[in-house]
Design a protein. Structure first.
Length: 57
């Protein structure tokens, strides 16, 4: 039975896809936040010369 055109087949696809895209968005935001600390760790940070690319994207 469809309510407003939404069937159970639609829900089996849309719910996992929605979760995937929300998770990807949150992961991308966390990566952007962590770029503030890139190469600044005392343990892993090395001395970068001017113009060298960062150690991770």
């Amino acid at each position: 039975m469809a309510i407003f055109g939404i069937t159970t087949r639609y829900l089996w696809i849309s719910v996992p896809l929605t979760g995937f895209f929300i998770g990807k968005y949150l992961d991308d935001q966390e990566t952007l936040r962590m770029t503030n600390f890139r190469d600044k760790s005392a343990l892993y940070g090395g001395r970068l010369k001017e113009g060298d690319p960062p150690s991770w994207p």
